[in-house]
Write a protein that binds this ligand. Structure first.
Ligand code: FES
Length: 642
């Protein structure tokens, strides 16, 4: 019999097959990645390919669309019902007639690359924990008595090679009806090639997942199509636990002081999550029951409360976690109102102060794959620090307190409309100009007064404070030890006596906005803690400089990295090697949602991370005191001078 040579692009895999072989079968034999939900029945349309026209002398073959058979009935029916581009064919139906070069478009690949967002270093390869499989099940026969489940399992093994699948009880409860409603054709969802977690009569093609970052202030969720990896809706809400305490420690104390307090907080965060689920489902126009998988990140206290675990142990030394491995549970165990049989994956925590959010940051920024020594800083109420490269990775948390979030600052506020977020000071006149969240104009631009009337200027947020201090330092208003220089009062009326110290007036009126000496001290303490933590990790690695710095988190993405350097929040580093990563923890959750192997990867990395406890390191205090100066009392900042 005659053979045809087939070459697949972009993989370049090639082989000879008998004339009449389905293209999909040839692809499978060569290990070419082509998607399928219907198992080659011409229903799902996932297996589309395209013939590359022309002669490929390199391969000695002449490729043309005629080297595949004409449309058969099944393919013609598919084309008439669903739209398929003219140059496309269903690879499960088209048969080889001669030599041919076949292009597998990205949307037909199972392991396609998910479209990357700005600021994401890592490509996400689609490999979700949930896969859909359409099967035709044998009808029951009185002469060969076997259960419906046994026949379903046999079909899944024969048609999909899935062996020894387990099955959730709830699926069994609807199995008989689904099989009969579907006339012995059903689609099942299989979790990690192990457990049947959903069943639909007939062909079913929609499946979604949820990636959630549970922060102590805000909870953010991305709803993703597990078919394409695309984010189909995103939303965020305030963490309802705020009513039990603004910061983490006050929530732990609430649990300690009030019997059942942890349960209340667990309920609050879960209620909030269900509001969020309803929101994203509405936005994407899907049913919550179509969400079959979820991935969660959060700091250790959020992690414990989310899981209904009392966080009291995390409130004091030795800060023992309940567990530091990842966890897969049922959505119902978390009271999450999505598909009842959905599985939820919670990323591993690293140490008592370094949580699953940091694991998410690590997964997204991949310092464990880097040759360079990378310092990753995630600033929230604490700063979580990760330092190292592919050989060694260290993690610690530094007690920065909430100053970077605008707390403990006299005119400080959260980053919200009305907050000053950018600020520049003219070095000659010492006059400020600033930008306010919710308004596009700088304060010295025409129309600012008019534009700002509606929202007002209500305070200054963390990034605004950092810029204000950096600019004050550059303008000589602040001196190296952090004192607001009273002598400057002679130069500008904005430097004003304030008791025995001085302050810098940014804006007159109601409310008046100024930077006081106490504000400067609060930021000095926070930044000294951050720097000392980084320095301690550098000591452990026995290095004096780092190759790259990544600032993660909302704060990191809002500040201009230059000012972080001017104030000495981070070690000296070439400014072009300092980058903001945005919500890297959330990206990590999305990666874990869309790629099951990433879950194994992060668990493995977390096991290898060396945990450094800043509280018990004697050198921390010394580093801390030295880091109080701007940018530092003793360490040189050669890069800054450059
Ligand atoms: Fe489903 Fe070809 S595999 S249409």
């Amino acid at each position: 019999s005659e053979d045809a040579l087939v070459v697949f692009t972009p993989s370049g895999r090639r082989g000879h097959f008998p004339i009449g072989t389905p293209v999909l079968k040839a692809a499978r034999a060569l290990g070419v990645d082509i998607d399928s939900v219907c198992g080659g029945r011409g229903i799902c349309g996932r297996c589309q390919i395209q013939v590359s026209e022309g002669s490929f002398s390199k391969h000695g073959i002449v490729s043309s669309a005629e080297n595949l058979t004409a449309f058969n009935e099944v393919e013609a029916r598919y084309k008439s019902k669903k739209s398929m581009r003219d140059e496309r064919r269903l690879s499960c139906q088209a048969l080889l007639e001669g030599n041919v070069v076949i292009d597998v478009p990205a949307d037909s690949q199972v392991h396609r690359q998910v479209v990357r967002k700005r600021a994401e270093v890592r490509d996400i390869k689609l490999d979700p924990a949930i896969r859909l499989h359409y099967v035709e099940v044998e009808e029951p026969d009185m002469h060969k008595p076997t259960g419906d489940l046994e026949r379903l399992r046999r079909a899944l093994e024969d048609q999909w090679g899935l062996k020894e699948l387990e099955c959730d009880l709830r699926i069994l409860q609807s199995l008989q009806k689904s099989l009969r409603d579907g006339k012995w054709k059903v689609t099942v969802a299989v979790h990690r090639a192990q457990v049947i977690t959903a069943i639909w009569p007939g062909f079913h093609d929609r499946v979604f997942g949820l990636a959630v970052d549970v922060g102590s202030t805000t909870i953010a969720a991305h709803l993703c199509s597990l078919r394409t990896g695309e984010v189909v809706a995103s939303s965020g809400i305030m963490n309802p636990q705020i009513r039990f305490g603004e910061d983490l420690m006050s929530r732990v104390s609430y649990a300690m002081m009030n019997p059942g307090g942890d349960k209340e907080m667990t309920q609050a965060v879960r209620d909030g999550l269900n509001v969020l689920v309803a929101e994203v489902c509405k936005e994407a126009d899907i049913l919550p029951s179509e969400i079959l998988n979820a991935a969660f990140v959060g700091n250790p206290i959020m992690h414990h409360l989310l899981l209904g675990i009392d966080p009291t142990e995390l409130g004091g030394a030795p800060f023992a976690l309940t567990l530091n491995s990842g966890l897969t549970i049922w959505a119902t165990e978390m009271g999450l109102e999505i598909n009842e049989d959905a599985r939820i994956y919670v990323l591993p925590c690293i140490a008592g102060h370094v949580g699953a959010d940091t694991a998410g940051v690590i997964l997204s920024e991949t310092p464990y794959l880097s040759d360079d020594i990378v310092l990753v800083v995630d600033v929230g109420t604490n700063a979580e620090l990760v330092l190292g490269n592919k050989d060694r990775l260290l993690a610690a948390s530094s007690p920065t307190g909430p100053a970077f979030e605008g707390a403990q600052i006299s005119c400080g506020q959260r980053a919200a409309p009305g907050a000053i977020e950018r600020l520049r000071i003219d070095p000659d006149t010492l006059e400020p100009r600033y930008k306010v969240i919710g308004c596009d104009l700088w304060s010295n631009e025409d129309g600012f007064d008019q534009a700002i009337r509606r929202i007002g200027v209500t305070g200054i947020c963390g990034s605004g404070v950092i810029e204000a201090l950096g600019e004050m330092f550059l303008a000589g208003i602040l001196v190296t030890d952090g004192t607001i220089d009273g002598a400057m009062a002679a130069k500008s009326p904005r430097i004003q006596a304030d008791g025995r110290t001085f302050s810098y007036l940014i804006r007159e009126g109601e409310p008046e906005i100024r930077i006081t000496q106490n504000d400067v001290r609060a930021i000095q303490l926070a930044k000294a803690a951050l720097y000392a933590g980084a320095r301690l990790l550098m000591d452990h690695l026995e290095i004096d400089t780092v190759d790259r710095i990544v600032l993660a988190g909302a704060f990191g993405s809002h500040i201009d990295v230059k000012y972080a350097m001017i104030l000495g929040m981070i070690p000296d580093c070439d400014l072009s090697k300092v980058a903001s990563a945005g919500n890297a923890a959330g990206t990590g959750a999305r990666i874990a949602l869309l790629n099951q192997k990433a879950r194994d990867e992060i668990e493995d990395v977390v096991r290898r991370v060396e945990k450094i406890e800043t509280a018990v390191e004697p050198k921390f205090q010394a580093h801390f005191i030295e880091a109080m100066g701007l940018p530092h009392t003793t360490a040189p900042y050669p890069m800054l001078a450059a």
